[in-house]
Design a protein around this ligand. Sequence first.
Ligand code: MLT
Length: 391
Amino acid sequence: MRIANWAKTIKNNYLFQTVAEKTKKFSEKNPEAKIINMGIGDVSLPISEFVVKSCLEASKEMGEISSFRGYSPNGGYDFLKEKIQEEYSQRDISLDLDEIFISDGAKSDMSNILDIFSGQNICSIPDPVYPVYLDTSIMKGLKVEFLDANEENDFLPLPDFSVKRDIIYICSPNNPTGAAYSREQMKKWVDYANEYESIILYDAAYESFIQDSNLCKSIFEIEGSKSCAIEFKSFSKSAGFTGMRCGYSIVPKELKRENISLNSIWSRRHSTKFNGVPYIIQRAAEASLSLQGKHECEQNIKYYMKNYEKISETLDSLSIKFFGGNSPYVWMKCPNGMKSWEFFDYLLKNLKIVGTPGSGFGKNGENYFRLSCFGLHENVSEACERLRDLL
Ligand code: MLT
């Protein structure tokens, strides 16, 4: 019996697990400390009332013989897929229902999708970025090359046409930097992928936080993208579903490699390994895309972006450099040239604030730090006061 090679080489812990363990240890040693958690991007506001109402109604349906439902159709219920289709059509993107696959979230989709690719592919991963792409590519045995994202390129690396890559991860707005591609910049990536027959895995989990209308919200806004891209979206951040679990992937039917339709093999993989999102949750996701649901979810997004403003004002007043504005994260430079984990320990010990060390997102994240804007106003305000007092 042998275990997989990746298990012998991969870093011990998933980034957010390390942060959680360090925080737990500190709070056990200092039970009186009022810790403010601005680490993992987890929402703090309750789900919209309208969405909750639809969950309750769906739960009741499950208790009646006439409306009870068993397995969800593979790929999800049409009522939800139709709502998603409508969302896209409002942006002049036309999708067939069987191009949409409902799942339990973007994190699982982004790693599961690798099942349909050969482990011989070379993939390009931005640095810094959400650590799941690197970890799951290592688990799959892919060869990884990094795309440097830094202040010089506004954290938005563009394609280098002199090198060929097979799979390209793009997260826009980027987690953690908040940098988001314009349509012109995305067109360059689409042209590159079509030229080399690469596949772009486009993570749009933070799309609903984009404030600037010139920025790309879906890769399918870009001409030529349906022959080279797969898009992933999640209800976690847009509708507060981190604990509910629902997302989806879009695999266009015209996307083919080696004469095989990626839509068909993704469907084959999905139906074999996944048994669908609960009916109640799919009804909730549907409600979040209704007029009333969308309005209520947008209020929550506005609330979180107020936190962004508050934190950025504070950092400005302290003359600390930071980036963001189109995502629920503040990407700040660690003061006094501190290393990311050094600053993590410093903040936790002296201010009882938890954030995420930039180096956990890649080597280019060293000396940076990520603060999540998903907290309650009162906690964020208190954190800002603590920052002002100490720094
Ligand atoms: C984050 O904090 O980057 C994410 O919320 C973590 C996740 O989605 O797994």
